[in-house]
Design a binder for this molecule. Structure first.
Ligand code: NAD
Length: 252
């Protein structure tokens, strides 16, 4: 961070899915830049350890529960909608209840949180919404119907928030990682190996990164650095965009 404009001192952030992976890295990056962070996750032990390490507040919350989402604070300057999970299955076998839960956690909860924090952001004339989407918000892959549908919905929600928030100093953007080195991906390597009938060792190169030019998983800290950049005052003119961090996947 080169200019004082890039600091986030005095800002209050809320990060969902903060217990691990990209969310935890976002808490670390935002706190290191001066923000105080509400860390939200269904995994209470994980989120307590994040708050113990980086300061701020821990909230043990199941984002599929609208009442639990409603209990979260509204006085938020930087909202990072990050929580998510994957389920891999062919469409005829995809469990409807899992499809519904994916939409609740990855679409309805971001909607409820945006709806909740916007009045405070409008009052302050400033706000940053960063939605952790995916390359799967822009492209589809087989066997990921719920996840691809949810991420495409998040893209639309983010753009509407950008249009409505613009007059109030609020920006809304998506970041769109390719495969990140997190537990979510390590689980997928196992699941994809079963679906494609490949050994796990071949899944990263042949399946996950088949369409990417850069053949390595991105680190969570690299994603968090971009989230932090979008949260800064300098990014006030960047809104309604979806920023691929995909090693060239969508360029091909
Ligand atoms: P992760 O599994 O490491 O972290 C996800 C976090 O969300 C976990 O801590 C989990 O407990 C939490 N969570 C899940 N369901 C929840 C619920 N109902 N209520 C509250 N918290 C819940 O995964 P990650 O890779 O860090 O993923 C974070 C985000 O990044 C997700 O939205 C994911 O879709 C997106 N993403 C990940 C990758 C990747 O390759 N890992 C790529 C693109 C996008």
């Amino acid at each position: 961070m080169s200019s004082s404009e890039s600091r986030l001192d005095g800002r209050i952030a809320l990060v969902t899915g903060a217990g691990g992976g990209i969310g935890r890295a976002c808490v670390r990056a935002l706190a290191a830049t001066g923000a105080k962070v509400h860390a939200v996750d269904i995994d209470g032990a994980a989120v307590e350890s994040v708050a113990a390490e980086y300061g701020g507040w821990a909230h043990t919350t199941d984002l599929a529960d609208p009442d639990a989402v409603d209990a979260l604070p509204a006085e938020i300057d930087i909202l990072v909608n990050n929580a998510g999970f994957q389920h891999v299955a062919p469409l005829p076998e995809f469990p409807p209840e899992v499809f519904t839960r994916v939409q609740q956690v990855m679409v309805t909860a971001p909607f409820l949180l945006i709806r909740k924090v916007l009045p405070h952001m409008y009052e302050r004339g400033h706000g940053r919404i960063v939605n952790v989407s995916s390359v799967h918000g822009l492209r589809a892959s087989p066997f990921k119907s719920a996840y691809v549908a949810a991420k495409h919905a998040l893209e639309g929600l983010s753009k509407v928030a950008a249009l409505e928030g613009a007059a109030h100093g609020v920006t809304s953007n998506c970041v769109n990682p390719g495969y990140v080195d997190t537990p979510l991906v390590r689980d997928q390597i196992r699941d994809q190996a079963a679906v494609h009938g490949l050994p796990e060792s071949e899944v990263v190169g042949q399946v996950l990164l088949q369409r990417a030019a850069i053949k390595r998983l991105i680190g969570p800290d690299e994603v968090a650095d971009v989230v932090r950049w979008l949260a800064g005052d300098h990014a006030r003119h960047v809104t309604g965009v979806s920023l691929p961090l995909d090693g060239g996947w969508t360029a091909a």
